[in-house]
Design a binder for this molecule. Structure first.
Ligand SMILES: [Fe+2]
Length: 235
């Protein structure tokens, strides 16, 4: 058995930041997030009052999808490291929460983004399996060769949109954890285009600006098909 780094104990001040972020963002995700996000949110039972107990959350996560949560003090794991963990069905959680004076923006992922943004989606077996498959494909390429697929990852897993019963909904973790960008996405300020891997691949995403355009998948099946095709192409 692997010896894991113990999960961090969060301070009252850190829990307070979580609570402010949660209470502010929950009404927005209720309005804009896709169904899959809510199903996961319920399964994980995330609470506004405090950061979750990650030992408990990890157990629940293992029962739900067979993945493990792994604590890291590295705030931005390299793509390689990140994908190697995903390919082992390990999800890295960052032991850091943004400061109270920068609630709106952190270019680096923190525990708010990882937990409120990613984990509800990751609590769905079908989604988690797809992330695993995508990570395996990524590792078959060198970091230079995988840039296009990295952009597609960014504009789906992190900032994707999806059609659901005639509406457009948020699909990406970066949207769920961003108060401002989630709202702007659903105004005319955001150009929303049909999902097109060919167009997305050459776009170099930046975590430093709010996007001006995002792409909408027709369905989760469309995304699944895309990942399966990549997997077959580079078997
Ligand atoms: Fe992320």
């Amino acid at each position: 058995m692997n010896v894991r780094r113990p999960f961090k104990k969060w301070s009252a001040a850190e829990n307070e930041v979580w609570q402010i972020l949660f209470e502010r963002q929950f009404p927005n995700v209720q309005k804009y997030a896709c169904q899959m996000y809510f199903e996961g949110h319920k399964k994980l039972d995330l609470l506004p009052e405090r950061l979750p107990d990650f030992n408990e959350l990890n157990e629940r996560f293992q029962e739900l999808v067979g993945w493990e949560l792994v604590s890291t003090d590295i705030q931005y794991s390299s793509g390689q490291d990140w994908f190697e963990h995903l390919a082992k069905r390990e999800f890295l959680v960052t032991e850091y929460i943004r400061e109270r004076d920068s609630l709106d923006y952190t270019p680096l992922p923190d525990i708010w983004h990882d937990t409120f943004g990613h984990l509800p989606m990751m609590a769905n077996k079908e989604y988690a399996d797809l992330v695993h498959e995508y990570a395996e494909v990524m590792l078959r390429y060198t970091p230079e060769e995988r840039k296009g697929l990295g952009s597609i990852w960014w504009y789906t897993i992190e900032f994707g949109l999806i059609r659901e019963q005639g509406d457009i909904k948020a699909f990406g973790a970066g949207l769920f954890s961003s108060y401002e960008e989630l709202q702007i996405t659903f105004t005319d300020r955001m150009l929303k285009l049909p999902f097109d891997p060919e167009t997305i691949a050459p776009v170099a995403p930046s975590p430093h600006f709010i996007h001006d355009k995002l792409w909408i998948m027709d369905s989760f099946d469309q995304f699944k098909q895309f990942v399966h095709d990549q997997s077959l192409e580079k078997a």
